[in-house]
Design a protein around this ligand. Structure first.
Ligand SMILES: Nc1ncnc2c1ncn2[C@@H]1O[C@H](COP(=O)(O)OP(=O)(O)O)[C@@H](O)[C@H]1O
Ligand SMILES: [Mg+2]
Length: 360
């Protein structure tokens, strides 16, 4: 038999790659249980263990792992995914996932589908038995209004969902418009997923700070000089040019790109009406982004703040390096306003992205 997830975790601790963390260790048997079910029904389906009678395959409960930033939720999810021996599995960031869903629904509507969600759900359920969604957060009414029906279809088809979040299910879409329509989704999550809080005292992201300076604050001549010095390191290798990315027929302009490094201002990327697809396109087009003049944001700029969160998520997921100049330390950029709670995660990521070994 292959190693258990607990054994793999222990081996990583032994090797010094992980600190032993009892809160994380408590999650391992839950993951193992899901893995065991999925791999066993896999064998049954193949007929190796199965008999002649077709019982509907047993579907284990999924897992909703929530807790503070940097506690290791995503790390545990990745550990699980890497050792889950079935082909029909998929891990995707929640933003990117919802983006795909909207895209699919858009196409379905164009081709005249009655229920635009049906073909999207059908495509999903025919290709995955385990769906891992990192960082579930729902701040958008269009997402809030479809996740209920979408997940209902996934669960009906026996798809097992594991997800991470910074909030408990009851905290999702908090204070959102028409929230009562969203409540059945929370109930469904509670029913189909084991809800578990990862209460580790350690924020591992904080612990990994170091390296050459990549975050310059406050704004001013010193920050400018720091940014300039880094940029010169790249422009020495070739001259910068503007790059236009075409996303869904729209044009997204990166004003200056050189050797795979883009330089843009906060205003260029977050003050214009760009959306998740645009940020994913940017993140896949460059290996480093130099983002200048991030201001402090407040209630009046929640749109900018929201775009900034999505941009940072996209960069983070794609392992794009970030160099930035900002008016304040990450934790003080957006203290008040819609989504300022979610911003804590962004601040944590901005910290992690400063570490010398971060990125690819
Ligand atoms: N037990 C641990 N020992 C050492 N590093 C860890 C441990 N758990 C997590 N990390 C690291 O800390 C960082 C934050 O973990 P992550 O899983 O991204 O947190 P979360 O998803 O809860 O915000 C990652 O780089 C991860 O590899
Ligand atoms: Mg995470």
């Amino acid at each position: 038999m292959s190693e258990t997830i607990a054994e793999i975790y222990a081996a990583r601790v032994e090797a010094g790659a992980l600190h032993p963390d009892p809160a994380q260790e408590a999650v391992l048997p839950m993951l193992e249980d899901i893995r065991h079910h999925l791999e066993a029904t896999h064998l049954k389906r193949k007929g190796i263990l199965g008999g002649l009678f077709h019982k509907p395959p047993e579907v284990p409960q999924g897992l909703y792992l929530w807790g503070g930033v940097g506690r290791g939720k995503s790390m545990l999810m990745d550990l699980f995914m890497a050792h889950l021996d079935i082909a029909e599995k998929r891990r995707v960031h929640f933003h990117a996932f919802m983006q795909e869903v909207h895209e699919g629904m858009h196409l379905a509507r164009k081709s005249g589908a009655q229920d635009a969600l049906a073909p999207v759900a059908a495509a999903l359920t025919s290709s995955v038995r385990l769906l891992a969604l990192d960082e579930m957060q729902i701040t958008d009414i269009t997402d809030a209004m479809i996740v209920g029906r979408l997940f209902e279809k996934l669960f009906e088809a026996g798809v097992v969902v594991i997800t991470t979040s910074n909030r408990p299910p009851e905290g999702l879409y908090k204070d959102g418009l028409n929230r009562q329509l969203f409540l059945p989704f929370i109930e469904m999550i509670r029913e189909r997923l084991v809800v578990h809080e990862l209460v580790s005292p350690t924020d591992y992201r904080q612990n990994r700070l170091a390296g050459g300076q990549t975050y310059f604050t406050p704004l001013g001549p010193e920050a400018r000089a720091g940014i300039e010095a880094i940029w010169t390191g790249f422009t020495d290798q070739g001259s910068p040019r503007g790059v236009t990315l075409t996303v869904k027929g729209r044009q997204v302009v990166l004003p200056a790109v050189c050797s795979g490094v883009a330089r843009a201002s906060f205003y260029d990327l977050c003050a214009k009406p760009l959306g998740p697809a645009d940020y994913l396109a940017i993140a896949s087009a460059v290996r480093m982004l130099i983002l200048e003049n991030i201001p402090t944001l407040g209630r009046g700029n929640f749109n900018e703040a929201r775009r900034f969160v999505i941009l940072i998520d996209a960069l983070y997921e794609a392992h794009v390096r970030l160099v930035a100049s900002a008016a304040a330390e990450p934790e003080y950029l957006y203290l008040e306003g819609e989504g300022s709670f979610e911003f804590e995660r962004t601040a944590s990521r901005l910290r992690e992205m400063q570490s010398a070994d971060w990125g690819g």
